[in-house]
Design a protein around this ligand. Sequence first.
Ligand SMILES: NC(=O)c1ccc[n+]([C@@H]2O[C@H](COP(=O)([O-])OP(=O)(O)OC[C@H]3O[C@@H](n4cnc5c(N)ncnc54)[C@H](O)[C@@H]3O)[C@@H](O)[C@H]2O)c1
Length: 342
Amino acid sequence: MKILITGGAGFIGSNFIFYERARHPDYRIVCVDKLTYAGNLMTLQNFLDEPGFEFYKTDICDRQKIYELFETERPDIVVNFAAESHVDRSIENPSEFLQTNIIGTEVLLDACRKYGISRFHQVSTDEVYGDLPLDRRDIFFTEKTPLHASSPYSASKASADLLCMAYSRTYMLPITISRCSNNYGPYQFPEKLIPLMITNALANKPLPVYGDGLNVRDWLYVEDHCEAIDFILHKAKIGSVYNVGGHNEKHNIDIVKTILSVLRKPESLIGYVTDRKGHDRRYAIDPSLIEHDLGWKPNTKFEDGIQKTIKWYLSNKVWWQNILNGKYLDFYDKFNRSKKKG
Ligand SMILES: NC(=O)c1ccc[n+]([C@@H]2O[C@H](COP(=O)([O-])OP(=O)(O)OC[C@H]3O[C@@H](n4cnc5c(N)ncnc54)[C@H](O)[C@@H]3O)[C@@H](O)[C@H]2O)c1
């Protein structure tokens, strides 16, 4: 079995590579990543020379290169993680989000049609449903909730979902989609809430919290998300859409206070900043369909997952310091030079 993983140098994609390597050691893995600022090849350095693992620095929007890659590699399964993923950046500059998240998905779907695959899995987000009111904690997103995106990021992800469904109906392409809540865990780029707060707190820098800090997110440990995708790939019917969530709703401010308390840092580091434009108030997933159909359930309680995550950032300072000082950007060239010499 050969599995093509796009965006595998990013946060969830790299964790998925680790997960698949451990769970299915016989699978061959092809990782495609453009290595934008969010892609860090250092995360995958232990795999780069391994048999059964190939890395391509390629833009998923580059049709010719993607077709050549499919021609050479002939993957059985494609899992599409590649995306521009930071909402704030999508508000500043939507076009890159539309390009990668929509056109990039279209190019991959076309390649799948042209060369044939047994499954295309689109990694989507709960943000495609828009948001829920803070005072109706009895309402959750189900797979039947209408798509109602709020940000350019979520609109681009919703568009990609619709394209996948259209390719399934029109061309009978074997697709599945997962829509997951907020992930946290090792190897997350330190611009996202949890790693930003950990790394700022360690440096005694202010912890910027949007608005009143009362926005609610449903947090899932990244390994649980990886397991859900693996279950969908191996057990779900073609055409299925599954919501994936942790039953773990938290106010942003409570996350920040938990991090400060674990690190024994003062709450005076918290600094409230002007709210994000169009900031969604609450996301909350009803994951009962995937639990019922596939027997998936999250394994990691938030209290344990956040401890593990903080411990990971404490033990892997070089990983995130290389991001903060920009050194991670040189890693690909060094790897490429040594490959050519070898
Ligand atoms: N992080 C979350 O909480 C979360 C929750 C639900 C769904 N998702 C979805 O999961 C996927 C992965 O998210 P993440 O948090 O790991 O993102 P990330 O930003 O950490 O990683 C994205 C990866 O995609 C690569 N990439 C970007 N544009 C590319 C292009 N044109 N061609 C090839 N590679 C490209 C980047 O280099 C990076 O390695 C995304 O599709 C995102 O929408 C994320």
